[in-house]
Design a protein around this ligand. Structure first.
Ligand code: GRG
Length: 298
């Protein structure tokens, strides 16, 4: 199976489900239009694809994971909308389009983020209550996703990042911020798929180790792309971190070392799933895609 085939097929499936969860266009409803605008913009869908791929790796039924995968994408999109606001990163380009607040104004953008976050939990609760669901497992997954997104996870990372602006950071602090800001939701995505797919505790542990290396690789790649990438690849303005004097992996360790670190992280992630056979191929492909976007293949 070619790498793009699997990823494209999964992305199409997720996009169709997101569309279904959001419901058809309502031209006179600006809140709903803003939600659709941001969610259905061309994101990579890394988190939901990871959730589905983890479920497949452990031999589970990916259909059970779909509502949770979509909910995670809604949470991720809320975080991007709020991150782009003037009070935060103040960006005007996201996913190759004007940011939500540039299109709809700050008030609607804030509410679109609020609504996506809240609706994500409705979708997960409905899935947990649906016929054939295993409510205890579903509730465990929901609780892990909430913890990853909340005041000890992504929001804590965002707050630490804001506080740290213009202060010289060392590598452990850069990693602390990114584990929370980016890593926790990626981790919850894999664990959601694995738990719903019926992973044993041992396999859950190795998949969690895999995604922790992937999460760091994701951030290092994002920093490299910001430093030297072109907007056509990222769909957002680049060079922003340097402009804002943000501590990034390239700024702390230099660009060549950051690229080397990225390749090491790929190898470390691959080691964690080395014994999972062909079923783990999608997880290997996602990792490769993340590394290839920022570094020429090696
Ligand atoms: C506002 C609570 C709150 C949190 C914001 C996600 C985030 C936290 C900020 C975005 C800036 C950031 C940390 C970038 C680092 C990597 C990242 C999360 C990039 C965006 O995710 P992708 O590359 O984007 O998966 P797409 O558009 O493909 O979904």
């Amino acid at each position: 199976m070619k790498r793009q085939d699997y990823l494209v097929r999964r992305k199409q499936q997720i996009d169709a489900q997101l569309e279904r969860h959001l419901g058809p266009e309502q031209p006179s409803n600006r809140l709903h239009t803003a939600m659709r605008y941001s969610v259905l913009a061309p994101g990579k869908r890394v988190r939901p694809i990871l959730a589905l791929a983890a479920c497949e790796t452990v031999g589970g039924n990916a259909a059970e994971v779909l509502p949770f995968a979509c909910a995670i994408e809604l949470i991720h999109t809320y975080s991007l909308i709020h991150d782009d606001l003037p009070a935060m990163d103040d960006d005007d380009l996201r996913r190759g389009r004007p940011t939500c607040h540039k299109m709809f104004g700050e008030g609607i953008a804030i509410l679109a983020g609020d609504a996506l976050l809240t609706d994500a939990f409705r979708i997960m609760a409905e899935a947990a209550l649906s016929k054939g669901a295993r409510p205890k497992t579903a509730l465990r997954v929901l609780s892990e996703i909430a913890a990853a997104a909340g005041s000890r996870g992504m929001v804590a990372g965002q707050a630490a990042d804001m506080e740290a602006e213009r202060v010289a950071l060392d590598l452990p602090m850069v990693e602390y911020i990114h584990v929370r800001k980016t890593g926790e939701l990626l981790r919850a995505s894999i664990r959601a798929g694995a738990l719903l797919g019926g992973a044993t505790p041992k396999v859950l542990t190795s998949l969690t180790r895999y995604v922790d290396f992937l999460g760091l690789a994701f951030q290092v790649a994002d920093d490299i792309l910001d430093e030297e990438g072109v907007t056509a690849v990222t769909g957002k303005n680049t060079g922003r971190d340097r402009y804002r004097r943000k501590a990034t992996f390239p700024s702390v360790m230099g660009l060549p070392a950051a690229k080397q670190r990225l390749r090491e992280l790929r190898e470390q992630a691959l080691e964690q799933i080395a014994d999972r056979g062909r079923r783990a191929e999608p997880l290997r492909q996602i990792l490769q895609l993340i590394v290839d976007r920022a570094c020429s293949p090696s």
